[in-house]
Write a protein that binds this ligand. Structure first.
Ligand SMILES: N[C@@H](CCC(=O)N[C@@H](CS)C(=O)NCC(=O)O)C(=O)O
Length: 245
């Protein structure tokens, strides 16, 4: 049976592959272990982890394939790889258009939403040294995210609002890795004050349906997170200090 190791940080974007691995394990297709990193403690910059992923990011997936040890980074690649290795878990649409839609969602979430907009909100000090400029960077990220959330809400099918729709009422119809990724963003949106539970009924209904899955509850429990976790204190190193480190 395949065995994986997931390097994750609680509530980070690594939550998506964590949920995917739970789905795969619960279907009896593989098992996995985890290594937990605490980002505020700087675990991602420690030499043990940089030896695994010199980019200093989670998620990382470790596994053996054809006798070779592999480490795979990047959510989009990891989610697609897991889904393709375990088609019986049905985490990725089988038809060509559905598959393209899955890539469309994951790519947009990883690049525009995460790398472009959220990073400005998470780490304004990485973009500007001066405090006033950092406020402007964060405001820019927040304005982008507000636009993106409306786009996201409009793209979700109205069927997600139908409490009786059951297993066919996820972002792409059936449950997929897209839903596993979306719930991580919903939690961030909530923590960072975007009040998705008040403003985005489709995204909220989708999140509740996703959260009701056993795999998702297990991943949340192992990461010791909830949708209501408060915002952590922010270390906010300056650009100058980061460069000097
Ligand atoms: N492009 C990567 C980004 C991964 C990423 O930014 N991960 C964050 C957690 S959500 C991280 O490890 N951040 C650590 C840091 O920036 O110091 C992906 O999509 O997997």
């Amino acid at each position: 049976m395949p065995h994986y190791r997931l390097y994750y940080a609680p509530g980070a974007c690594s939550l998506a592959p964590h949920i995917a691995l739970e789905e795969i394990q619960m279907a009896g297709l593989a098992d996995y272990a985890t290594t937990r990193l605490l980002l505020p403690a700087g675990d991602q910059r420690k030499s043990e982890f940089l030896a695994v992923n010199p980019r200093g990011h989670v998620p990382v997936l470790g596994f053996r394939l054809d006798g070779q040890a592999q480490t795979l980074t990047e959510n989009l690649a990891i989610l697609r790889f897991l889904a393709e290795q375990h088609p019986q878990a049905r985490l990725w649409p089988a038809d060509a258009l559905g598959a393209a839609r899955a890539s469309e969602w994951l790519s947009w979430l990883a690049t525009d939403v995460h790398a472009y907009a959220f990073m400005q909100v998470f780490y304004p000090a990485r973009y500007a040294a001066e405090a006033g400029a950092q406020v402007a960077v964060e405001a820019s990220g927040r304005a982008l995210l507000t636009r993106y959330w409306s786009d996201l809400e409009a793209r979700l099918p109205s069927a997600v609002l139908d409490a009786g729709a059951g297993e066919q009422a996820y972002a792409l119809g059936a449950f997929s890795v897209v839903d596993a990724y979306l719930i991580a963003f919903y939690r961030w949106a909530k923590r960072y004050g975007f009040a998705p539970h008040e403003r985005y009924p489709r995204w909220t209904a989708l999140t509740q349906r996703t959260l009701a899955r056993e795999s998702v509850r297990r991943a949340f429990a192992e990461e010791r997170i909830s949708l209501d976790d408060p915002l952590p204190a922010r270390p906010a190193p300056t650009l100058f200090q980061e460069n000097a480190a």
